[in-house]
Design a protein around this ligand. Structure first.
Ligand SMILES: NC(=O)c1ccc[n+]([C@@H]2O[C@H](COP(=O)([O-])OP(=O)(O)OC[C@H]3O[C@@H](n4cnc5c(N)ncnc54)[C@H](O)[C@@H]3O)[C@@H](O)[C@H]2O)c1
Ligand SMILES: [Zn+2]
Length: 364
C-alpha cells in the first residue's frame, strides 16, 4: 500500500492506494469520523457489485447506504436535493462523515453534498473506476450539471481521505476501464516519461488488469495529480497542464452532444490532435508524436472522428472560452514527459491539423 499526501488549504489529506485498501477502509473512516455518524453513499450499479462487501466491512460503523442513480443525466441538483433530504431523515448532523463509493459521478455528487450539507461535513472517497482513482477523487473538485452545461454548479471541497483499491476495478466494464487508460497516458505525456515507457511495454498487462501493472500506473498517476493540485488547488495556473488533450476532447464531446464518446476516448483523440499540433508548431518531434499516437492506438480502437467540418470543432473550442484575441490556447507537448501551457495558436492552423487527423489520406 502506498500513501500519497495532497496539500489543501483546509488541511492536507492522504490517498491510500493498493490492493487491500478497501478492507482497511472501515477502520480508517471510523478513526477520522471520531464518533460522528458515518454514511455510505453509492449507486445501485456499484452496490450490485460491491455493496455486500462494503456493508460487511462497515457493519456496526455506518448507517444504511443511500443509493442514487449515477448516469451523467442524474448528476444534477435534483439528485443533490434528494440525498440531502435523505440525510436529514437519517439524522445526519454537522459531525457526519460521507463515504462516496463509486465512479466520478458518485464522487462529484457526494462531494458537492458534503460541501454544502450543514455547511460542510466530512468526506471520504472510495473511487471504483480507473478515472476516479487516478483523477476525479483527487483534487477536491466537486459539482453537478445544469441543463445549460456540465459541472456548472460546484465547489472546491477536499476529502479527508481517498482509498483507491485497484481490486475494485475487476468489475468495471471494459469500455469504462479503457477510458481511464487514456487519462493515465495523459499523465505520462505531461510529466512522467517512466510511466509512458512502462505503458509502451506493459499495455497488454494493463489491459488484462494484472495487479502489478495496475498498482504501478494508479500510484504513478495519483502521485502526479496530487503534485499538481497540491501546488494549485484552485486552478489558477499549474493545474492547466491537466488539460492536455482536453480542449480538443471537450469540442468533440460537445459537437456529438456527449453521445458518441466516453470522455476518455475523446481525450485519446484529443491527445493525438494536440501532439500533431505540437509538431505543426515546431514544439514536438514527429517521432515523439508518433510514439504518443501509437500508445493511444495500443489501448484499442477508438470511435472515429465525428463527421463534422473542422471549422465546427474550432467554433466549439472558441465557445469553450479558452480564446484570447481570436487565438486558441492549448497545452502542447514539447517531449514525452513535458508540456508547455498556454500556447496560442491561430484557428487556421488548428483547422489544418484537425483535417489531417480526421481525413489523414485526403490531406496528404
Ligand atoms: N472532479 C473531478 O476532478 C473530475 C475529474 C474527471 C471526471 N470527473 C467527472 O467524473 C464523471 C465520470 O466518472 P467515471 O469515468 O468514473 O464514470 P462514472 O462515474 O460515470 O461510472 C461509469 C459507469 O461504471 C459503473 N461503475 C463504477 N464503478 C464500477 C465498478 N467498480 N464495477 C462496475 N461498474 C462500475 C457506474 O455505475 C457507471 O455506470 C463525469 O461526470 C466527470 O465530469 C470529475
Ligand atoms: Zn479528463
Amino acid at each position: 500500500m502506498k500513501r500519497i499526501r495532497v496539500r489543501a488549504a483546509n488541511g492536507s489529506y492522504e490517498i491510500l492506494c493498493g490492493r487491500g485498501v478497501l478492507a482497511r477502509s472501515a477502520s480508517s473512516v471510523q478513526r477520522l469520523a471520531s464518533g460522528g455518524p458515518v454514511f455510505l453513499l453509492s449507486s445501485p450499479r456499484v452496490w450490485h457489485h460491491w455493496g455486500a462487501r462494503v456493508e460487511r466491512l462497515f457493519r456496526g460503523i455506518s448507517r444504511a447506504a443511500i443509493l442514487f442513480g449515477d448516469r451523467e443525466a442524474e448528476k444534477n441538483l435534483e439528485t443533490v436535493e434528494k440525498i440531502c433530504r435523505q440525510l436529514v431523515d437519517a439524522g445526519a448532523d454537522r459531525r457526519a462523515m460521507l463515504v462516496a463509493v463509486g465512479g466520478g459521478v458518485v464522487g462529484d455528487v457526494v462531494g458537492f453534498v458534503a460541501a454544502s450539507y450543514a455547511r460542510g461535513v466530512g468526506l471520504v472517497h472510495v473511487p471504483t473506476t480507473l478515472v476516479a482513482q487516478v483523477d476525479s477523487a483527487i483534487g477536491g473538485k466537486t459539482g453537478v450539471n445544469l441543463p445549460e452545461g456540465k459541472n456548472m454548479v460546484g465547489a472546491f471541497y477536499p476529502p479527508r481521505l481517498v482509498l483507491a483499491d485497484p481490486d475494485m476495478l475487476r468489475t468495471l466494464p471494459l469500455r469504462e476501464y479503457r477510458s481511464g487508460i487514456y487519462e493515465v497516458i495523459k499523465y505520462g505525456v505531461i510529466g512522467d516519461e517512466n510511466l509512458f515507457r512502462f505503458l509502451e511495454h506493459g499495455m497488454r498487462d494493463l489491459l488484462l488488469r494484472k495487479p502489478s501493472a495496475l498498482d504501478f500506473v494508479i500510484e504513478r498517476s495519483a502521485v502526479q495529480k496530487a503534485r499538481v493540485v497540491s501546488q494549485d488547488e484552485h486552478e489558477s495556473g499549474l493545474r492547466e497542464i491537466l488539460n492536455f488533450g482536453h480542449t480538443f476532447a471537450h469540442a468533440l464531446e460537445s459537437v456529438t452532444r456527449y453521445r458518441r464518446y466516453q470522455h476518455g476516448e475523446a481525450v485519446g483523440l484529443g491527445m493525438i490532435a494536440a501532439s500533431n499540433l505540437g509538431v505543426a508548431q515546431g514544439l514536438l518531434s514527429p517521432a515523439a508524436a508518433e510514439r504518443i499516437t501509437r500508445l493511444i492506438a495500443a489501448v484499442g480502437s477508438l470511435p472515429s472522428w465525428p463527421g463534422v467540418a473542422a471549422a465546427r470543432l474550432v467554433a466549439a473550442m472558441q465557445a469553450d472560452k479558452k480564446t484570447r484575441a481570436g487565438k486558441l490556447r492549448f497545452v502542447l507537448p514539447e517531449r514525452i514527459g513535458k508540456v508547455r501551457c498556454g500556447v496560442e495558436v491561430e484557428p487556421s492552423a488548428v483547422v489544418r491539423v484537425l483535417r489531417e487527423c480526421a481525413f489523414p489520406r485526403a490531406a496528404k
